[in-house]
Write a protein that binds this ligand. Sequence first.
Ligand code: ASP
Ligand code: MG
Length: 409
Amino acid sequence: MSLLVQKYGGTSVGSIEKIRDVAERVIEYHKDGSKMVVVLSAMSGQTDALIKLAHEMIVVPDSRELDVLMSTGEQVSVALFAMAVKSMGYDASSLLGFQVSIQTDHIYGKARIQEIETGRILKELEQNRIVAVAGFQGMDEHGNITTLGRGGSDTTAVALAAALNADVCEIFTDVDGVYTADPNVCPKARKLDAISYEEMLELSSAGAKVLEIRSVEFAKKFNVPIHVRSTFTKERGTMVVAETKDMEKVLVSGVALNKNEARITIKKVPDQPGIAAQIFEPVFQAGIVVDMIVQNTSEEGLTDLTFTVLKPDFLSTMKLVREVAKKIGAEKVLGDENIAKVSIVGVGMRTHAGVAQKMFWALAKENINIMMISTSEIKVSCVIEEKYKELAVRVLHEAFGLENDQSGK
Ligand code: ASP
Ligand code: MG
């Protein structure tokens, strides 16, 4: 008998009607003989509303209490869902994170799952019940409620699938799969049948927002196949799975766009040991994540250092870096928020040369200037002027022939 873990996101459970639809859908699988564990997000907009409420109470809410508050959104969804199932004549049981129990570390707001006990869920399943688990929440070793970070219900679902040794973890959402590019930007974008964990991780970190990145890390670690699909159709979506030989035949699987980074340049920094360490120390101390870093070769003992941070961190980083720049005798600090990062991702890059070159030519033909470049084994990213972002995605999509199904080529 198969065991399915399904996760329904906020828009899929956004109203009473939609929760009923989800219940009907889950009952169908149950009738077909699958044991069903269903992870739900809060109804759409609810988590934001709860956070707003906290900020109405106080500017900086206490992190423990904020988690207690935020976790209530998912409690509402699982309760309503279980009521719906029961009203349709089937049995269901809603469980919160601590009831399962989903053990996490104690980092409020972005706790990591450490262990999941499966006893309670298995017992409920044995009673022929549909089990609804609240996503996004867990409990630390002292019994405090924790949350896993925004979008964390994906991680709950994948972790449960791993712990229960489920056949597949199905993530039901408002898009019908993973696309070669954002269809809103690139009308020729095509839905992928399958994509590897590595590619999905790179696409997520490059700006594609289909799956929460930690859930993919989890899936990769425990080899859990993820099926990303739409709540509103019965069609097959995209499988996120371990890499296969076939995948390497395709040069590029997708193009991602990240509009949420800003660039900071420190001009004429002394080229000496310890300078980069000094510059980034206050930035790291402030918990600011730095993405790309580029340092030029030096001329007369001076060099330029450029890096990117997330836009919300731009102003505070500028302030920190200006202070260090003065201390180390750098010439000046320049900032630019009008940038975008376009990335191409594909495991085929490992075995094919010239992929980056093809990207550079494609951008050059449209007169798009590249400001920064970074590469990993399976990704090439270019920072460009923000106004060219959509053009760049379309041009790259075209250059790598992504509108055509290349599998098997
Ligand atoms: N409700 C949480 C959020 O909005 C978790 C989730 O939806 O996955 O971030
Ligand atoms: Mg969500």
